[in-house]
Every structure is written in C-alpha cells, then in structure tokens.
Write a protein that binds this ligand. Structure first.
Ligand SMILES: Cc1ncc(COP(=O)(O)O)c(C=O)c1O
Length: 391
C-alpha cells in the first residue's frame, strides 16, 4: 500500500491551537479599548522586543519590508547612493534600496551558509556606497564581525535584515538586529514570531535613529499635521501587536522545538546514507574562520540536493510541503536587467537558487513526520537508482 502522510511546510492551525483563546481575548481587549492606532499594546511590544533583541529601542512598523524601507530613509539614503547586499534573499531586501532611489550592489554569498560573504564586500565599495544590508538568512546570523570591520573601515551604515532571525545569536550571543545601526524584523505569519497579518519592527541602540524612524513612521509629522520630513504610514496595528504580545511568551520554546527538529533531521539524514550517496548538504551553523556554533533559530530548515525540481514534485505527491527560497537571485530578476549583471556573476547564489530546498521544521512537527520526510527523500533517490546503483 502506498504510504501518504500530510506534512505541510508550516501548520499555523496546529501552531495556534493551544493559544487561540488567548489570542482572541487579546484582540477583544483592543476592540473594547479602541486604541487601534499606536495603542498600548504596540508600546508594550516595542519594549519587549527591544529587550529580547538586546537593543535600547524598538519601533513597531507595518511590515518587515517597511522596517527596511524606513531604515534606509532614516539614514538619508537616496538617489545615486549605493547599498551593498546579497543576491539571495526575499525580494524586499533589494526592492527597498531601489524604492528610495539608491542602487543595489550585489556581492556573492558564502557557499556553506548562503549568507553574504564578507570577503567580497570591500571589492564592491565605491565612493557612492553608503550602507551594507546583510541578511540573516533562514534564521542564522550573517558573519557580522568581518562585515562590521569593513563597514567601519569605509564609514558605511549597517542595516541588518533580521526578518527571518528574531532571537538568533552570533558567536558570543549577540542577537540578530543588535549589531548594526538598525535591525529589521518581520512578523509575517510564517516567521518564528508571526502576526495574524503583516507587521514588523525596527530595533536599534541609536537614540537619534530611533527618533527618526518614529517620526518617519507617521508621515514625518511632529506635532500632528506639522511635517518636518516626508515619511509614510509605516505603523504597526495595535491588534497585531496584541496577538504578538501573547505569542512572544512562547517564542523561546517554539525556537527550541525547531532546533530539536534540526538535530533530529541531522541524525536521520546521517543515518540515511544520503549525504555520502547524493552529496546532500545540511545547514551549517559555523563560519569558516571560527569554530563557534551560532544560535540558529531555523525559521527554515534548508537542504541542498541534486535534481531538486523532480524531488519537489515527488514530495508533493507524498503530501509533503516544500519551498524554494529563492529560485531566482536578484541579479537575474527581470526588474533588475538594467543593473547590467549577467548569469555567472554570483556563482554561489546561483547554485544555491538551483539546489536549495526548505523542508518542514515548524514547532509542532512530530518525529514520525520527520522520519516520513527523510524516508520519502531517500525513496526518491532510490527510485532514481542513484543510491542502489552505487551499492
Ligand atoms: C529576508 C527577508 N527580508 C524582508 C522580508 C519582508 O518582510 P515582510 O514580509 O514582513 O514585509 C522578509 C519576509 O518574508 C524576509 O524573509
């Protein structure tokens, strides 16, 4: 009999089941109070997330995208400026640079962690470079120490795109978002701390930047209707903040479960023989120059393997959800043709976009489901004779 187990990439129903009543109560309390715009729950969340991220200030904003956009605006980055970033991320990372009129300048990623390779940054710096946006991809901090050295050397600002990495730690425990000038978090529902809609936050230790972001968040008006600068409506909804305040209490335990799943996958994949037989690559939470293991929060558990598209189709038939983050690196996106890049410019990012695959790692995943995922991947490669033929 053909085996079929439903294993979605993310199961928000299961995720919310135990706390749904508290979430509804929190929403009802806001409805009762009526402080829908920048209400008490927003301020409470800002303080809690700032503390959680080891920063002095948190400014709730409408999304992770707007966190990045308003950070660039706060730094005064605009027309003619250049901003260095990775070609492998969610589109918002690059899109916001263009939206403020600046030019995204891409540098290739590290082939093991898929995060910005610090060794490539200095070569890309010109007299127009103003900032670097490292992304903490999949929940693992970029190699921040050498990135900050380059930034200091050339006088560049650093905006951490920590959308996927709330609570992730670099080396000796510095939390994502606390190392650069500004850190940007996303509360998109699939993130480790997800809202029931859009939301985001800028975190920073810089009082002036915090003030600037707060000003820009409400159209640059201070006092109301007296506009010092042109900002936008970048506010976080009180209702979203109220839900996030409920969920934040569980974040550490959810992250611990994701980390346990990562360990289980490592064991199951090692035992499966797939690593030797197919060259399957697992996440590595260590950078080349140091042996320190980082605190990876596994927003995604991403593996690298050959024949990805056929495997994805096979897994879909087996009821297993997967996703490709991301199939087209920025320099090859249609909208960036005018930047003049071509295929081969960033071989590591291109390779990653061809063979990386995210598999389910959400907190409520069971051991049986994990076994089924690994066995299904093994079955796929066996059916392709890629293992059997080498035995
Ligand atoms: C790396 C990265 N940057 C930025 C964003 C944008 O966040 P949001 O979807 O909240 O606008 C995301 C969200 O998917 C992301 O993963």
């Amino acid at each position: 009999m053909r085996c079929f187990v439903n294993v979605p990439l993310l199961d928000l129903h299961a995720h919310h089941a135990a706390i749904k009543k508290d979430m509804v109560c929190a929403i009802e309390a806001v409805l009762e109070k009526g402080d829908f715009i920048l209400g008490g729950e927003v301020k409470k969340l800002e303080d809690r997330i700032a503390e959680y991220s080891q920063t002095r200030f948190g400014i709730g904003v409408s999304s992770g995208t707007d966190a990045l956009l308003v950070s660039l605006m706060a730094l005064g980055i605009g027309q003619g400026d250049e901003v260095i970033t990775t070609p492998l991320s969610f589109f918002a990372t690059a899109g916001v640079i263009s939206r403020v009129g600046a030019i995204p300048v891409f540098v290739d990623v590290d082939p093991v962690t898929y995060n910005l390779d610090p060794h490539n940054i200095a070569k890309a710096v010109t007299s127009k470079t103003r900032a670097i946006i490292p992304v903490h991809l999949y929940g693992q901090c970029a190699d921040m120490a050498p990135i900050l050295v380059v930034a200091r050397e050339y006088g560049l600002a650093v905006i951490e795109d920590a959308a996927q990495a709330i609570g992730a730690e670099y080396r000796d425990g510095c939390r994502a978002g606390s190392m650069g000038n500004l850190g940007c978090l996303s509360f998109f529902p699939s993130k480790n701390l997800g809202a029931v809609g859009d939301g985001g936050m800028v975190v920073t230790n810089d009082e002036n930047l915090a003030d600037r972001v707060r000003l820009l968040r409400t159209h640059g008006g201070r006092p109301k209707y007296y506009h010092k600068v042109i900002g936008g409506n970048f506010r976080l909804d009180t209702i979203q903040a109220s839900v996030l305040n409920v969920k934040l209490a569980y974040l550490d335990q959810w992250t611990a479960l994701r980390q346990q799943h990562a360990e289980q996958y490592e064991r199951l994949f090692s035992e499966s023989g797939l690593i030797e037989k197919t060259g399957l690559r697992l996440p590595v939470a260590v950078y080349r120059e140091s042996n320190v293991k980082h605190f990876h929060i596994y927003n995604q558990f991403v593996i690298g393997l050959p024949n990805r598209e056929a495997l994805r189709a096979f897994m879909k038939d087996k009821g297993i959800g997967t996703e490709v983050y991301y199939p087209v690196p920025f320099h090859l996106q249609e909208c960036y043709q005018s930047l003049g890049y071509s295929e081969g410019d960033f071989p590591e990012a291109e390779q990653a976009s061809r063979d990386l695959l995210a598999i389910p790692a959400y907190p409520e995943l069971t051991f049986q489901q994990q076994e089924y995922v690994v066995n299904s991947i093994r079955e796929f490669y066996l059916s392709k004779n890629s293992i059997r033929s080498e035995k």
